[in-house]
Design a protein around this ligand. Structure first.
Ligand code: DX5
Ligand code: ZN
Length: 220
């Protein structure tokens, strides 16, 4: 399967959100990456349910919702109702991660688990078979446009070993600092989905940038 591209709406022009949603609809992107920040788990606040519903109204591709939210169990049903197709929670934000993952799937969404740059992938060993997506943060979460952390490549390799040694069908999604210099290397390392915010929306031709990110041939 070819890798997936998920432009991050966090870097869109919120005053022209419908225009940017339509651009993604017409592009070769696979998902809308939707970053929800609560000002507690991360030192920033983004947007909540009304904005997600507004995106959903126009989006013709799945919403890949990334919750940077403390204790996300409180809101799973509401994110489903707002239109989330994939719902990713942070391992660091969940006391009972197994229960949270089951609850997300019971609501009919794909379940993702995100890990911060400092969190070892080994902590996923006993949950990996339950999870649809592992989102590896390649920057510290909270802001778009940050510098990619190089240690991410090691994490992808270790994660692939874990996935291979289990019955897991989880895909690896990389989020943060993905740009035109590192995207091919990330795909070669084993990433199946790439999030891109700044790289897409600050480019002169966002749709063409998405196409380039999508059509890179693996070196493998
Ligand atoms: C960061 C968010 C990312 C962010 C990525 O906390 O989770 O999804 O939008 O933005 P870029 O691609 O600009 O690093
Ligand atoms: Zn994200």
């Amino acid at each position: 399967m070819s890798h997936l591209i998920a432009p991050s709406v966090l870097s869109a022009d919120f005053a022209n959100l419908q225009r940017d949603v339509e651009m993604i609809n017409k592009s070769e992107a696979d998902w809308f990456h939707v970053d929800v920040m609560d000002g507690m788990f991360v030192p920033n606040i983004s947007f909540g349910f009304p904005v997600i519903k507004a995106i959903k109204k126009h989006a013709e591709k799945p919403l890949d919702v990334h919750l940077m939210v403390a204790d996300p169990d409180r809101y799973l049903q509401q994110f489903k109702e707002a239109g989330a197709d994939n719902l990713t929670v942070h391992l660091e934000a969940c006391t009972h991660l197994h229960r949270t993952v089951q609850a997300i799937k019971a609501l009919g969404m794909k379940a993702g688990v995100a890990i911060n740059p400092h969190t070892p992938v080994n902590l996923l060993v006993d949950i990996i078979e339950e999870v649809n997506i592992v989102l590896v943060m390649s920057v510290n979460p909270g802001f778009g446009g940050q510098k990619f952390i190089e240690n991410t490549y090691h994490k992808i390799a270790s994660l692939r070993d874990i996935i291979r040694s289990t019955k897991s069908k989880a895909i690896i999604e990389i989020d943060g600092g993905v740009d035109m210099n590192n995207y091919k290397k990330l795909i070669d390392a084993g990433a199946s989905a790439l999030v891109a915010g700044n790289t897409v929306f600050s480019s002169a031709n966002p749709s063409q940038t998405i196409s380039e990110l999508k059509n890179s041939k693996s070196h493998l």
